[in-house]
Design a protein around this ligand. Structure first.
Ligand SMILES: [Zn+2]
Length: 318
């Protein structure tokens, strides 16, 4: 790989990430549009048995939708507002000096120094930090487990912080929150609607001799999941380029070491019950970090180049 090829690779990856995030947003709108269209279709049925059945179905769907919106909202809170966790408190001035000083230096290097930095400390032994970013503020959550890693192995700790800040540079830190909360919830909702639709079609075919209604739920499920899967792949790519930025800032060995030693298991992140379930099933719909081995092999591939080419570091740091 040459420096030029690396530069091209970064450009392609960033563009792919942007497209993936857009696909996930589009999917949510597609979902809402399909619901509206199917409600209008129900009204057209008029006052028949079909209409009444469809009405019951629509009410049922409405309840499910509200439940999933609630779940999405809870997830979003958990992902964005670190203060909602009982074991979290804001770090006071003068505390965790080394970490906050390093973060400020890194923000300068990555052109993020127009934002305020707020640090939160979490009383858990987790080893990975988390980030939340708005246009004016970067909030970083450091668990006690991470604080001790930073003391024992500063380079690995720095690399993990650089990885988090890279998500802000890539403009995907907050967008993943949207995909991970609303996108994910709507995905589950689409799965349920599609399944109900299939059952309904089966019942219709078995008990009446009519042609089944338009399989709106199945169409909805298929399109939504196709769009959502694009976001899943973009998520993986966004992790690879965040690792790349960490390698350029702290060195490839530092980020390699951090992932190998301290990333707790494959795909640790802001997951929920469904993520685990999906991963165990087929890895489908998984919005978490890609498996450790995949990340490590990418770092190995570009590591020699970062070491030899200071201009790559300069390019990436701006
Ligand atoms: Zn990440």
């Amino acid at each position: 790989m040459t420096a030029q090829a690396l530069h091209e690779w970064l450009k392609v990856e960033r563009e792919a990430v942007r497209k993936g995030i857009n696909a996930a947003r589009r999917a949510v709108w597609w979902f809402i549009a399909t619901i509206v269209v199917s409600e209008i279709a129900i009204l057209w049925l008029g006052n028949s048995i079909d209409f009444q059945l469809a009405l019951v179905m629509a009410l049922f769907q409405g309840i499910i939708l509200v439940v999933f919106l609630g779940i999405a909202h809870q997830r979003k809170l958990a992902l964005t507002d670190f203060r909602t966790k009982s074991n979290v408190r804001r770090v006071r001035q003068g505390e965790l000096q080394e970490i906050s000083q390093y973060l400020r230096a890194l923000m300068l290097k990555l052109n993020l120094n127009d934002k305020d930095l707020v640090l939160y400390r979490q009383l858990t032994l987790h080893s990975t930090p988390a980030i939340k970013a708005s246009h004016s503020e970067i909030a970083i959550l450091v668990p006690v487990g991470f604080i001790s890693i930073f003391a024992r192995n500063p380079d690995a700790g720095k690399a993990m912080l650089a990885h988090e800040l890279a998500h802000v540079v890539q403009h995907d830190a907050s967008l993943w929150v949207f995909v991970g909360s609303y996108g994910n919830s709507f995905k589950n909702c689409a799965l349920i609607f599609g399944t109900l639709n299939l059952i309904g079609m089966g019942a219709e075919a078995a008990y009446s001799h009519k042609v089944p209604n338009v399989p709106m739920g199945v169409v909805l499920m298929s399109v939504y999941i196709a769009e959502y899967e694009k976001a899943v792949h973009a998520r993986r790519r966004s992790e690879y380029i965040a690792d790349f930025t960490a390698a350029a800032c702290v060195g490839p060995n530092a980020i390699y070491d951090a992932i190998l030693q301290y990333v707790e298991s494959d795909g640790v992140g802001a997951g929920g019950f469904d993520d685990e379930l999906m991963r165990n099933a087929a890895g489908f719909g998984n919005m978490l970090h890609p498996p450790k081995a995949w990340r490590l092999s990418r770092i190995k591939a570009y590591a020699p180049l970062i070491n030899q080419n200071p201009e790559v570091k300069a390019e990436n740091a701006t």
